[in-house]
Design a protein around this ligand. Structure first.
Ligand SMILES: [Zn+2]
Length: 221
């Protein structure tokens, strides 16, 4: 047994038994069993946050697929360039269908005149496209949100005391400690709000979570 194995053996409590740091879970099966037990205890699904985020993305993807199907039924050939890459004919069919799609976008479907079945389908498509745009916008805001990161990944509560300097506005990142005290943790995000209580230290923050990626920039709320 090498040094690493000794450490591992020493560091783990028996399955499901509390160790100094809480419960040690030794297998996926045991983790799933504990999630089931927690779900029963709370009378609601308990699962890693990654699964919730994935469910939202799956929902959005399903809506996008539905929109693509309707688009293709109204504009046959519009996706041919994707299905047949490097084909000049497919490229031409896609372009012609896309031109028609763009032209019909400009037609007023609410002019009070009787509408054909195609008009009704076009109106439905426009509504789906607008909805997808809204979802994309909201998802982007969620991914950028420092507030959501703090609430969901850092176990914080909504701060209620406004920073007198930054006046409740997320004000970028500052790696040196600012005297106002509204930063999140040691440096980085200047939240604009002061902590009401000390930040919890027990909830680990994943190194890279869906809401804590390096490209996250912009307003935090
Ligand atoms: Zn401040």
């Amino acid at each position: 047994m090498d040094e690493t194995e000794k450490k591992t053996e020493k560091g783990l409590a028996p399955a499901g038994r509390p160790s100094g740091r809480g419960f040690d879970i030794l297998s996926d099966e045991q983790a799933e069993a504990m999630l089931t037990a927690l779900s029963r205890y709370y009378s609601q699904p308990v699962m890693p946050i990654e699964r919730y985020c994935k469910a939202l993305e799956t929902w959005a993807d399903a809506l996008a697929d539905r929109t693509r199907r309707l688009t293709e039924s109204l504009y046959p050939g519009i996706y041919d360039r994707v299905k047949e890459p490097f084909s000049a004919e497919a490229d031409a069919r896609s372009y012609a269908a896309w031109k028609l799609h763009e032209a019909e976008k400009k037609v007023d479907r609410n002019d009070g005149l009787p509408r054909s079945p195609r008009d009704q389908s076009l109106q439905e498509l426009r509504a789906q496209e607008a909805f997808l745009g809204q979802i994309h916008f909201v998802f982007t805001q969620i991914r950028k949100s420092n507030l959501l990161n703090r609430l969901l990944y850092q176990g914080q509560k909504l701060r209620t005391r406004m920073c007198p300097v930054h006046q409740g506005r997320w004000s970028g990142c500052a790696w040196e400690a600012l005297p106002c005290g509204c930063q999140n943790g040691a440096g980085a995000n200047v939240t604009g709000w002061l902590l009401d209580e000390p930040e919890p230290a027990t909830i680990p923050v994943p190194a890279a979570s869906p809401m804590n990626t390096p490209e996250d920039r912009g307003p935090h709320e």
